[in-house]
Design a protein around this ligand. Structure first.
Ligand code: GLV
Ligand code: MN
Ligand code: MN
Length: 431
């Protein structure tokens, strides 16, 4: 595919990739944790990182706003100020003890795409040369680390905010509503973050794969076909706390043992269902003393499936397993669903543009780019409510993510920036 961008030569792409890596390092230093990376929604780190992102957006000639949900947005107008916008972006919040690329690389790569594509509007202003404006969105709370509910920022943009989320609490008992106010946001204005479908051309996101497929194939980039559906639960198992020495086994109703069996059942049941995966990432025993049989256990359950149906089938099977396990042990169990998102299928036109973008980075005669479905969750899961979604995956060495060793190579970031920029040009050509 011949395109104007390829003519600009590799130096700008190499510089762009270098800047992305350096900025990922810079953002990694903005953390609530000493010796690790943790940046959660509506925290002082959120505010600091938004200020930095806004500065980088303004440097590119973009106008900036922090929207009503705390997402940082930059916009580069097209020739006509009424033109719809193509959204490019990802998220800047992290899991606890995170890597430095999950989400972050996608936001920074989007900025580099704007840098490559912008043209002078006049002596001191820049504009998009395309029939649409370019917007970079840095979403907040894709991960759900602070309030348990993921995709808060993108839900506000998609206009699917639920008022019952205001009562969600963090580990300190602060409600989402209180955290909004402390951060300087007005909960009553949350609706202002919502975007209308007619003002959006689509949403494109670059993200590390968070799995080993591209690494195993020896390829840099893939087109994403769909994003897995997800459900998250907080489960409580209730038994009876008693003396650890004095209570014979036949008198025990040990909640931790019930929860442990439940966690093993999650592995067994999910392994038996194609493309469904389940994880118990949190498990706590109460009252939590060495010499007390646990009277209560709390555990999380994260379920993902390529399709909603298979995910829901697994949840039904698990509910039955939990009934049997807890019944046998004299325990009670309950579950509160804290997050649910359907599978989202990437738009064929955006997949086609990304495919063309990837092909432009390959030697001629190379094999077709990989097409993968995303087992990880992404902001596109809810942005799909208001705009077509397309995603580009970057090779993630050893497939390790949500871990400090998470990596991506500068060379692959360069390929990714080129592919994304070419995909944007392809979309403009298609319109
Ligand atoms: C986000 O990274 C998720 O998939 O949980
Ligand atoms: Mn993540
Ligand atoms: Mn992510």
């Amino acid at each position: 595919m011949a395109s104007a961008l390829l003519v600009t030569g590799p130096d700008r792409i190499a510089a762009a990739a270098h800047r992305v890596m350096a900025r990922c390092d810079e953002l990694a230093r903005v953390s609530a944790a000493t010796g690790g990376i943790e940046r959660v929604y509506l925290s002082p780190e959120h505010a600091r990182v938004n200020r930095l992102a806004a500065e980088w957006m303004r440097e590119l000639g973009m106008t900036t706003t922090q929207d009503a949900a705390g997402n940082q947005v930059g916009r580069l107008e097209a020739h006509s100020p009424d033109a719809p916008a193509l959204l490019l972006g990802s998220h800047l919040d992290t899991v606890p003890d995170a890597g430095r690329f999950d989400g972050i690389a996608g936001v920074l790569m989007a900025l580099e795409v704007v840098r490559l594509l912008r043209v002078p509007a006049d002596a001191d202003r820049w504009r998009s040369p395309l029939p649409f404006a370019l917007e970079v969105v840095a979403f907040w709370d894709e991960e759900g680390t602070r309030f348990g509910k993921a995709l808060l920022g993108s839900s506000a943009v998609a206009g699917v905010w639920h008022d019952d989320w205001w009562a969600l609490t963090d580990a300190d008992g602060t409600t989402l509503r209180e955290a909004f106010v402390e951060f300087g946001l007005d909960p009553s204005r949350i609706g202002e973050a919502a975007r209308r479908p007619d003002e959006l051309v689509g949403y494109l996101e670059a993200h590390i794969e968070q799995g080993p497929e591209l690494d195993q194939r020896g390829e840099s980039l893939a087109v994403v076909s769909s994003i897995a559906s997800a459900r998250r639960f907080q489960l409580v198992v209730e038994g009876e706390a008693r003396h650890a020495g004095g209570t014979p086994y036949e008198r025990r109703r040990d909640a931790l043992l019930g929860a442990s069996e439940a966690a093993l059942a999650v592995e067994r049941v999910c392994r038996a269902e194609h493309h469904v995966i389940g994880t118990v990432g949190q498990l706590e025993a109460y009252p939590g003393a060495v010499n007390i049989v646990p009277g209560e256990a709390r555990l999380s359950l994260d379920l993902r499936g390529e399709f909603d149906g298979s995910r829901d089938r697994v949840w039904s099977a698990l509910s039955h397993e939990f009934d049997v396990i807890m019944g046998r042990r004299g325990l009670r169990w309950s579950a509160r669903e804290v997050h649910a998102a359907p599978a989202v299928f990437c738009a064929p036109t955006l997949q086609g543009a990304l495919r063309a973008g990837i092909v432009s980075t390959l030697p001629s005669g190379a094999d077709e780019p990989a097409v993968l479905f995303s087992r990880a969750g992404h902001d596109g899961m809810v942005i799909g409510e208001v705009a077509d979604v397309g995603m580009l995956f970057l090779r993630n060495p050893d497939g390790i993510s949500h871990h400090p060793d998470e990596a991506v190579s500068e060379a692959d970031v360069g390929f990714g920036i080129r592919a994304l920029a070419e995909a944007v040009l392809q979309l403009a050509a298609d319109r």
